[in-house]
Design a protein around this ligand. Structure first.
Ligand SMILES: [Zn+2]
Length: 80
């Protein structure tokens, strides 16, 4: 693999993927929002966003409202 290959790790499955195929998010106060250019961010792959079990785990990890969080993630995929 190339040293500067633009891959990032999905925090849910820990798989490495091309940056462009990942959704970049960040935690802002108590909410998870699309990455806004500043601060710590993390990535999720599409498989994980579509994986109900993984999303449940993340919901707990980030203490999100599950219904809201699932809806938000689906919107990220549709928009991006
Ligand atoms: Zn993943």
């Amino acid at each position: 693999m190339l040293k500067n290959s633009p891959t990032r790790m999905c925090i849910a499955c820990r798989g490495r993927f091309e940056k462009k195929s990942l959704t970049r998010l960040q935690q802002k106060e108590e909410h998870i929002v699309p990455f806004q250019g500043v601060g710590r961010s993390f990535y999720l792959c599409r498989d994980c966003i579509n994986d109900t079990k993984k999303i449940k785990g993340l919901t707990k990890r980030f203490r999100q409202n599950e219904e809201h969080f699932v809806k938000f993630l689906k919107e990220q995929i549709e928009n991006g």
